[in-house]
Design a protein around this ligand. Structure first.
Ligand SMILES: [Fe+2]
Length: 339
C-alpha cells in the first residue's frame, strides 16, 4: 500500500494545504495514510486495519484489529443481509434506550450471551481454595445502606427469614478484618428492589464490614428463582433463541479488602430447579450452598428475628486471593494480555 498521497488532477493546492492543516490539528499526517478507494468485500477489512494502524495505544490497536477481523468474518460467514444488520442495530438502540442508572440492559445482554462468564473466567481465575467468582448481573447498585454486623438487609415482610454468616479469610486461613461486603438479592417475590417502580430507597441489599476476627453476619430473606426482565429487548432475544429466562435463586456478594483481589460472586441454594440451566451461565458447583432449617426460638430471637420465628441459615466462609495469587492463576488463561 502506498504511503504517499497522490492528489487527483482536479485537486487544488490550497485545498490540499487546508486539508493537511486540519488533519494536523488532530495529530494526523495525511501523507502517511493509506489510500482508501474502491472498497469492496475483498479489500475493506485490510483497509480498516491499515487506517487504524496509526493508533498509538498498542493494546487498543491489537484489540480493535481482532474485533474488526472477527466482525467482518462473521458478516461474510453468515452472508448477513442488510435487513438483519438493521435489526441488530435497532436491537442495540433499544438496549441503550431502556438502560438507566439502575437498569443495566447491556450487562444483561453480556450475561445471556455468555460473554460475562467468559470474561470473568479469564480475568478472575482463582487459586485453589479461593472462593470462585461469578457474574455481577444487572442488579448491583451503589446506593446500599451501611449496616452493622447482625443487621437486616431486608425490611420486614419481604420474604422468609434467612441468616447469613461466616468469615472472610485468606487462602492460608487467616482472618481478614475490615473487608467491605456488598450483598443484594431478590425478595420473596423474585424481584430486586430496582424492579419496583415506586422504589424510594434500597431494600434487600446492604453493605457491611467483616469484624476483627474476619466474621460477618446479616439477616436477609430466602432468595427465590426469577426470570430476567422480559419487558426489554434482551428478554425477548432469549425467548426467540428458544431458551427459558430463569435464574436459580441466589444471594449476590461482592467483597473488597486491602491487599486482596476484589471478588464478585454469588451463592446458590441447593435444590433449585434452574441450577443446571441458568439463563446467564452463572452457577459453579463450588458456589452451591446448603440452607439449614433453624427452629430454635432462642437462637432466632438472639439473631434478631421477629418473635423468634424459624429461619434458615446460610453459613459460608469467603476466601480471598492476593493479587500475586490471582496473577499466577491467570497466567495461562490470558496469553495475549500483554500484546
Ligand atoms: Fe441476581
Amino acid at each position: 500500500m502506498s504511503s504517499k498521497i497522490t492528489a487527483p488532477a482536479d485537486y487544488k493546492t490550497e485545498s490540499i494545504l487546508l486539508a493537511n492543516q486540519r488533519a494536523a490539528e488532530h495529530g494526523i499526517d495525511l501523507s502517511k495514510l493509506p489510500q482508501l478507494m474502491d472498497m469492496n468485500a475483498d479489500t475493506i477489512t485490510d483497509n480498516v486495519h491499515a487506517i487504524n494502524a496509526n493508533c498509538t495505544n498498542d493494546r487498543m490497536k491489537f484489540v480493535f484489529k481482532s474485533l474488526i477481523q472477527h466482525l467482518h468474518d462473521f458478516i461474510r460467514e453468515t452472508s448477513l443481509t442488510s435487513e438483519e444488520w438493521m435489526t441488530a442495530l435497532e436491537f442495540l438502540t433499544k438496549t441503550g434506550q431502556i438502560s438507566s442508572d439502575i437498569r443495566h440492559e447491556f450487562i444483561l445482554l453480556s450475561d445471556v450471551l455468555g460473554v460475562s462468564t467468559l470474561v470473568d473466567s479469564l480475568n478472575h481465575a482463582k487459586p485453589p481454595g479461593a472462593t470462585e467468582a461469578c457474574v455481577l448481573g444487572p442488579f448491583f447498585t451503589e446506593d446500599a445502606h451501611h449496616l452493622q454486623n447482625g443487621d437486616s438487609i431486608a425490611t420486614e415482610g419481604k420474604g422468609e427469614y434467612m441468616y447469613v454468616h461466616g468469615k472472610v479469610l485468606d487462602t492460608k486461613g487467616n482472618p481478614i478484618p475490615g473487608a467491605t461486603i456488598d450483598t443484594w438479592e431478590t425478595d420473596g417475590q423474585g424481584l430486586y428492589d430496582t424492579q419496583y417502580a415506586e422504589r424510594t430507597e434500597p431494600d434487600c441489599r446492604g453493605r457491611l464490614f467483616s469484624a476483627e476476627d474476619g466474621t460477618y453476619a446479616f439477616r436477609a430473606v430466602v432468595p427465590v428463582s426469577y426470570p430476567i426482565p422480559s419487558d426489554g429487548p434482551v428478554g425477548k432475544l432469549v425467548t426467540n433463541l428458544g431458551r427459558h429466562v430463569f435464574r436459580p435463586s441466589h444471594l449476590h456478594m461482592q467483597i473488597e479488602a486491602q491487599g486482596f483481589e476484589k471478588l464478585t460472586t454469588a451463592f446458590y441454594p441447593r435444590g433449585d430447579p434452574y441450577l443446571y440451566s441458568d439463563a446467564v451461565f452463572g452457577v459453579h458447583t463450588s458456589l452451591i450452598v446448603d440452607l439449614k432449617q433453624v427452629s430454635d426460638k432462642e437462637l432466632s430471637l438472639k439473631r434478631g428475628f421477629k418473635e423468634g420465628k424459624p429461619h434458615v441459615e446460610l453459613h459460608r466462609d469467603i476466601i480471598l486471593a492476593t493479587p500475586e495469587e490471582g496473577r499466577e492463576a491467570r497466567k495461562k488463561m490470558m496469553p495475549a494480555v500483554e500484546k
